[in-house]
Design a protein around this ligand. Sequence first.
Ligand code: ATP
Ligand code: MG
Length: 727
Amino acid sequence: MLQQADGHGSGSDAHGGEALREGLQEFLGGEASLQQLDDLTKVNPVTLETVLRCLQARYMADTFYTNAGCTLVALNPFKPVPQLYSPELMREYHAASQPQTLKPHIFTVGEQTYRNVRSLIEPVNQSIVVSGESGAGKTWTSRCLMKFYAMVAASPTSWESHKVAERIEQRILNSNPIMEAFGNACTLRNNNSSRFGKFIQLQLNGAQQMTGAAVQTYLLEKTRVACQAPSERNFHIFYQIYKGARADERVQWRLPEGAAFSWLPHPERTLEEDCFEVTREAMLHLGIDAPTQNNIFQALAGLLHLGNTRFADSGNEAQPCPLVDDAQCQGSVGTSALLLGLPEDHLLETLRIRTIRAGRDQQVFRKPCSQAECDTRRDCLAKLVYARLFDWLVSVINSSICATPDSWTTFIGLLDVYGFESFPNNSLEQLCINYANEKLQQHFVAHYLRAQQEEYAVEGLAWSFVSYQDNQPCLDLIEGSPVSICSLLNEECRLNRPSSAAQLQTRIESALTGRPRLGRDRLSPEPSFTVLHYAGPVRYSTAGLVEKNKDPVPLELTRLLQQSQDPLLKVLFPADPEEKSQEEPSGQNRAPVLTVVSKFKASLEQLLQVLHSTTPHYIRCIKPNSQAQVQIFHREEVLSQLEACGLVETIHISAAGFPIRVSHRNFLERYKLLRRLRPATTPGPHGPCPAGGQSEWPPCAEPAMLRGLLQDILHALPAPLHCGRTK
Ligand code: ATP
Ligand code: MG
């Protein structure tokens, strides 16, 4: 521990730093001085109000990045600021001897992270966790960081030997438009909202050149294929093919201009994300050739036609539901079957007739589905195809960009996951998303707020504890054992008993009563439960929760798709007679093996394990207003985002904390030379120094090492205005 900076949380202020800062702020005058504060740890006093004022002043002056101790706050400009992301600026941050002394920027974080990988101090894999609510700029930020690394970590020799498009850095960048076309959609809050979580590992070799990348995705919102909220859209790719197909493709994919599709709402709105050519080009560069692309788009057109297939009530349980007799529905099953390579009668039968196995001899019964069941099966088929297609694309991308195991040694991970969500009506999707955000917040709390302070206590350093909101009780409520919301939902799936929304509410309330983070909304118009998340309370409707958690896929649907003659579907649904699927409920049917929440929980745990093995860096994206307006700063909206991420507590700890944390071993590795200056005579609390003899170091190395030491210290010191207290 080298130095504790002048802190607001430390209680003592017997030095000149505070006074100097206050005087200077007063001298510079109100907002103008606030606007110049590059680091929120310098705001005095640190309160929500002062932090808010500072960010507002900076935003109005077109300054979008501000340090907040260990975190970078990124305000969304909601307008193009090309000079802020130019290659020249990237080079400037990369070339700077001390990037921290430049204006706060995501490139500072990028560069610091890059240097840490090779640093002699804590050389370890790094990660950048980009968080914030929907539309705050997470994906934009991750994309810019990828471009930054594509430039600074490019291998210099390969420029001559490779065409630009073939270069690995370019291929990695090309994964973005593909994943965004298939995984992003226009929502009420963001025209380009990511509907999946993404963790990308940028793989570096010993020379710190990017040799590849690996993408991991989380929980695609596949329901969007078949159901879009009012004023929202389906995934961008559907609009891209609908608007961008050539004349011959329109004929082949049965997409005549002006055709109406139920699953393609608001086709009249044109967004910049609707650019089909960009997606096609990117796919080509990643090795998805034109015939395969054609096959993919044809299947997607098949799904659009499937969405126009609607059923009427047969009025008789023994009769299959007839198709609705209108222009849109007419011929849709046939066209969909054709485009998906399926026999039309088989598709129609599978959508309308359920087969049930019952009795000891597993006799097969055929039962016509109700109108609602037919709709559910149709939607399920579309979700199944789309989700498999998305996963397959991710695996193709990975096989195109992933480095061979022997060609990389370290990585920088970029995490861009969906932000905290709270709508008037929330369901399993929001529960999973908010659960993920709780986990990430806990990672931040554990890594930074708690671990750091606990370490000070263990080391006996003078420190007044800064309190923070620990979200462990909330995680216990959601995922804990033996009883939690997840365990109760899984239990309902396992028991496979019919239960109403009201019954589920009662079961959750009675099993979890008294839990600190379980709220109750007595005025709720429908059965629900409320979770008091760190970012605010969210009411989850219990209707349909168990069914969504089961996410049942009738065996007949999988079998149908396995019989497709379409080359792509043959790959997505390989014939496998042994396949164990989640059969339709019959008397003694067992519950699905893995529920949505249990799969999600497992993937989150894996992610957290990876994050824990890295040195994390945090970027908090903030949305200055919810209308995506330029130069509008809604104080209330920003305030709630600041509160939600506990920024003020972070600033307090950063301001008062020790800027450098280095393990004794690495410290000794780096600075053992200094023993020559002042030989250690007595062993310290951690035993005798394990460093080698002084003769290891040639005399000429000494000044360089000393300069390195001074630079390390200077880099770590927070701000010029801070008067440090030497321990
Ligand atoms: P979601 O959780 O919905 O995926 P997000 O946090 O990923 O949201 P982005 O898609 O990154 O949000 O950003 C929303 C929009 O804000 C972008 O499409 C872009 O128009 C704008 N934007 C974000 N950051 C910047 C920036 N630094 N400069 C200019 N525009 C930006
Ligand atoms: Mg996004």
